[in-house]
Design a protein around this ligand. Structure first.
Ligand code: XMP
Length: 528
């Protein structure tokens, strides 16, 4: 089986930076496969990984602190190019006899980079944007986030660039094999930072860029065929991007040997079940079993208003239903899941370097073992944006691929308090109007997540000549990069007014609409 996409690999050793995943993504965007591992990775594992280059991440410690992580000597023994970012640069400098010290003027945030364009550099496409003066034509802004910096260069190194306040901002060994930057090329705040990463992987490490969506698809198809043979595979389809792309790739690979199970829990958005069936069963010809389980979910949720209890009930009911359906599929030996690379890194970080866990929000935790099934995870190596590219290349509808995240427990967390069918129906219709207006006004893709929330409280209103006493809908829309923090989306008032009018006119039972302007923190994105 051809595995060309892995012929070129960059190893990223994590020294605890909050940006390490971004480094890996930038390398992938340069079409080179990258993996993140803890800085303690064993010499044997480093050698076996056989990378074309190594990147040492940043970290919040100071290299001269007692107990601060050291440079892993196995990295240098490889003889391949090494890029140290921030803490990584400090490690390189110190290792070769340089001095790292705290700065009296702390360079946090934006700094301007200065470099003599006449000077040769290992980063030609990045430095062509940088000038010798802090003034025009190109005051290249970079992002700094550490108080320490290199104050004395090792003998075998030269300075490649300074910051406008005189701090050494980039260094390179005389043979250009070892390079370090004080700033973070991986974050968006650094202008043209992606070109520095591209220069490193292509110019220094000599990679050609074999990591492409088509390459990934071909390999995963071949791998799935080889693993599965003539066995049967089952997959829980949720309507989300990850399980959708998993289904599409496996359908290409093994066609009728794949059966998807789509559980309609009564907590889906308007027409969602029909849309999933239309895309997969009718359009792509995937075998999908649609399980109508609304009653079962809603009856178990009856009278329960505690958010955590609701989540547990929804999760357990899903497992029960899924398991029952899966048992009916004779000869199934594999369970496919849409686990993606950030899930793998996060679970490894939380447990041990090699640990992996089942993607818990897919609500099938523990199922493979319980049912004696082997796991198949074709997206395990991919970041979310790569999953999207693969999905588009496989012909999935762009609207499905670029949808906002939707929580596993669905509308169950967007109906406050007890979940009732009446509430779910009202919410579905209000949410559909909201989405329709966001799409048609062009605002859907400007926000990162938007949805309606049902509040089970009634308030008085006037409708025509009469008085109404109906429920409230809250609208939420946020801007966020990582969903850990979020700001409310500044939705135009005129658009909000139109959405509110439509919901109140078209959804009988709702007479008041509000817009949530809470940021996260202190709020969360979902209400619950
Ligand atoms: P919060 O509300 O914690 O949400 O600010 C952060 C992001 O996570 C999503 N979310 C979930 N996603 N299963 C999921 O797949 C869940 O149980 C779940 N709960 C919250 C939420 O929609 C937001 O994008």
């Amino acid at each position: 089986m051809s595995d060309a996409i892995h012929d070129e690999k960059i190893l990223i050793l994590d020294y605890g930076s909050q940006y390490t995943q971004l480094i890996a993504r930038r390398v992938r965007e340069a079409h080179v496969y990258s993996e993140i591992h803890p800085h303690t990775l064993s010499a044997a594992a480093i050698q076996a990984f056989n990378p074309k280059g190594v990147i040492l991440s940043g970290g919040h410690r100071s290299v001269y602190d007692a107990g601060a992580p050291d440079l892993n000597p196995a990295v240098l023994a490889l003889g391949v190019p090494v890029l140290g970012i921030c803490y990584g640069m400090h490690l390189l400098a110190r290792h070769y006899g340089g001095v790292v010290q705290p700065s009296n003027k702390r360079e946090y945030g934006h700094a301007t980079l200065l470099h003599d364009p006449q000077q040769p550099t290992p980063f030609p496409s990045f430095f062509k944007h940088v000038s010798l003066q802090a003034t025009r034509p190109w005051p290249n802004k970079v992002w700094m986030s550490h108080g320490d910096h290199v104050t004395q260069l090792p003998h075998s190194f030269r300075v490649l660039a300074h910051s406008d306040s005189g701090i050494i901002a980039a260094i390179g060994s005389r043979d250009d094999r070892l390079v370090g930057v004080q700033f973070h090329p991986e974050v968006n705040h650094t202008e043209n930072g992606e070109q520095l990463i591209d220069d490193f992987v292509r110019t220094l490490c000599g990679c050609r860029g074999l990591w492409t969506a088509t390459g990934v698809i071909e390999r995963e198809i071949a791998l799935a065929r080889q693993k599965v043979g003539s066995d049967h595979v089952i997959l829980g389809l949720s309507g989300g991007v990850d399980s959708a792309v998993t289904a599409a790739i496996l359908h290409r690979a093994i066609g009728p040997q794949l059966t998807c199970i789509f559980v309609d829990n009564g907590l889906l958005r308007l027409n969602e079940g029909d849309e999933v069936m239309a895309t997969f069963a009718q359009h792509l010809g995937v075998k999908v079993i649609r399980v109508a389980a609304e009653e079962r979910f809603l009856s178990r949720l009856q009278g329960v208003s505690d958010p955590e209890k609701k989540r547990k009930i929804i999760g357990h009911t899903f497992i029960d239903v899924f398991e029952e359906e899966a048992k009916k599929i004779t000869g199934a030996r594999w369970l496919a899941q849409g686990t993606i690379y950030p899930d793998v890194i996060e679970s490894a970080g939380a447990q041990s370097a090699t640990a992996t866990t089942i993607k818990s929000h897919h609500n099938v935790g523990g199922l493979p073992e319980k049912m004696g099934l082997a796991l198949l995870e074709p997206l395990r190596e991919l970041f979310k944006d790569e999953v999207r590219q693969v999905g588009l290349a496989l012909g999935l509808p762009p609207r499905m691929i670029h949808r906002h995240p939707f929580p596993g427990p669905g509308l169950g967390v967007r109906i406050l308090g007890e979940v009732r069918k009446e509430y779910a129906d009202l919410l579905r219709r209000a949410d559909a109007i909201y989405m329709e207006e966001l799409y048609s006004s062009g605002h859907y893709h400007k926000t990162d997540q938007a949805f309606a929330v049902f509040l089970p409280v009634k308030s008085v209103g006037v409708m025509g000549d009469g008085r109404s006493y109906d429920y409230v809908i809250a609208l939420r829309a946020v801007e966020t990069k990582d969903y850990m923090t979020a700001a409310y989306y500044p939705m135009p008032h005129e658009l909000l007014g139109r959405i509110a009018r439509r919901i109140i006119n078209e959804v009988k039972g709702i007479n008041r609409v509000t817009y949530d302007i809470t940021s996260k923190p202190p709020g969360t994105i979902e209400w619950e």
